[in-house]
Ligand binder design. Structure first.
Ligand code: FES
Length: 197
């Protein structure tokens, strides 16, 4: 399933071939070795993830083709995987990729207010990227941290136990290139009982 609001359109990188960097080529080799002989296609998800990271957070047509070529798969089979999982982006994203969880536990705990804050601070709608390429904001289904709802993901990190004020502070700090606190915003360790309610 794709992020609501994000297009499924596959973008062609203009005049840009995708070639594995030397470092990533070594990683590709060691990832493929983890799978039994003749089962190298099972490496498609880690290789798509690696390609996406090399390509600034999204998969161009060229990058998907490179993964297909590397694993001796047809392009359409790799594309099927890339379009199925919401962890893969098929269009360019901003420096800070904000994923707001909207599934029931987060919704019951106020995720709608977080969406409002994101729109106010970034001045964009869900599924859009700011003109300075600093933020992309999307809504996603459960990210598996329901105990610490409402929560969001920014790039690879989780930000939990949010409220409109703490989320606004995170976004404003990112906007001003200031450091932000990862994890629980109220100091909870993992998902121990919440004493704030
Ligand atoms: S519902 Fe938001 S993390 Fe599960």
């Amino acid at each position: 399933m794709k992020h609501p609001g994000l297009s499924n359109k596959i973008y062609q990188s203009i005049n840009e071939n995708f070639e594995w960097s030397e470092d990533n080529f070594n990683k590709v080799t060691s990832i493929i070795k983890k799978y039994p002989t003749n089962k190298q296609q099972s490496a498609v998800i880690p290789l798509l993830d690696l390609a996406q990271r090399q390509n600034k957070g999204w998969l161009s047509k060229n990058a998907i083709e490179k993964v297909a070529e590397t694993l001796s798969m047809s392009y359409i089979r790799v594309l099927e995987v890339a379009t199925f999982y919401s962890m893969f982006n098929l269009s360019p994203i901003g420096e800070h990729f904000i994923q707001i969880c909207r599934t029931t536990p987060c919704w019951l705990r106020g995720s709608e207010k977080l969406v409002q804050v994101a729109k106010e601070v970034t001045q964009i709608n869900i599924g859009e990227t700011t003109s300075d390429k600093k933020f992309t904001v999307v809504e996603v289904e459960c990210l598996g941290a329901c105990c610490n709802s409402p929560m969001i993901q920014i790039n690879d990190d989780y930000y939990e136990d949010l409220d409109p004020e703490s989320f606004r502070k995170i976004l404003l700090n990112l906007k001003n290139n200031q450091p932000i606190k990862k994890g629980s915003q109220i100091g909870r360790q993992t998902s121990h009982p919440n004493m704030r309610d």
